[in-house]
Design a protein around this ligand. Structure first.
Ligand SMILES: NC(=O)c1ccc[n+]([C@@H]2O[C@H](COP(=O)([O-])OP(=O)(O)OC[C@H]3O[C@@H](n4cnc5c(N)ncnc54)[C@H](OP(=O)(O)O)[C@@H]3O)[C@@H](O)[C@H]2O)c1
Length: 255
């Protein structure tokens, strides 16, 4: 995608990766609109970033998505990029049922696909446009502690490929951002302060370098995510998955 001169909607733009991307793209001369459910959080970000705008949006809600998308297209006729950073990640014990299944699928999978359905017809009328999906390293190696989450991210990877193929003869680019474990509040304070997670600033710097230097990159892969992204291709996949999950379970003993 082009990194300047766009009008960009960033879902989940009130915090974490979404906020940091919104600020980075604003700094490059783009019009940026952030969206999320908590208006107070969005307001704080906009106040700290003159020129940025916000829209209250629950991407898991079909009516809300339609209403907000239609309004944004009227208010921002040059809207040509969406970054799907809205997401939730919750632990589940499958021995007592996938308690977070519906809300996780509605937020992480149905939300972005439905929003694309509302925005792509408008993007097709723009001289150039982009859809940035956000999957995860866990799309490629599941963390068994968060099964519904990993299933939705694997599905986002699959969907991204279909979307890219269907749009290959148009001016819309499809990029899949595949974050590794990054210091955000996705799973609360522990993750935000976990020294094993990648610092958010480092992650965004590497991501923006890729966007700027490799405008046709189908997947946005920082170095840290490559062991997960290519685990299957690298061989010994079953052992990798087992070892990865054993380590994660061990790290949580006593919590
Ligand atoms: N951090 C990581 O280690 C990591 C790794 C791989 C992938 N990712 C992905 O990166 C994306 C951003 O996560 P993050 O780490 O930046 O965590 P985060 O700070 O918790 O950001 C998630 C954002 O999504 C918004 N959101 C959640 N449900 C929503 C809904 N129904 N409608 C609209 N907005 C909603 C939240 O705002 P509201 O609560 O105000 O709605 C929040 O701002 C997610 O898709 C996540 O799966 C993160």
């Amino acid at each position: 995608m082009e990194t300047t001169g766009n009008t960009i909607l960033v879902t989940g733009g009130g915090s974490g990766i979404g906020r940091a991307l919104a600020e980075a793209f604003l700094g490059l001369g783009n019009q940026v609109i952030i969206a999320g459910r908590r208006e107070s959080v969005l307001k704080q970000v906009v106040d700290a970033n003159p020129g940025m705008a916000y829209a209250v949006l629950d991407t898991s809600d079909a009516d809300d998505s339609k209403r907000v998308a239609e309004r944004l297209i009227v208010d921002y006729p040059k809207l040509n990029v969406v970054i799907h950073s809205a997401g939730i990640m919750r632990g589940e014990s499958l021995q007592s049922g996938a308690t977070e299944l519906e809300v996780t699928v509605a937020t992480n999978l149905v939300g972005p696909i439905r929003l694309d359905g509302l925005l792509v017809p408008h993007f097709l009328k723009q001289p150039h446009a982009a859809v940035v999906t956000v999957s995860s390293g866990l799309a490629f190696v599941p963390l068994a502690l968060t099964p519904s989450y990993c299933a939705t991210k694997a599905a986002v990877h699959s969907y991204s490929q279909s979307l890219r193929y269907q749009l290959k003869d148009t001016a819309i680019k499809v990029h899949e951002l595949v974050p590794p474990y990054v210091q955000t509040e996705l799973m609360g304070d522990r993750q935000l302060n976990d020294p094993h997670a990648m610092p958010l600033r480092d992650f965004i710097e590497e991501v923006m370098n890729i966007f700027q230097n490799s405008p046709d990159a189908e997947e946005i892969l920082v170095e840290r995510v490559k062991p997960l992204r290519f685990a299957e291709a690298n061989g010994g996949y079953a052992e990798f998955v087992r070892h990865f999950n054993d380590q994660m379970v061990a790290a949580r003993v006593g919590e």
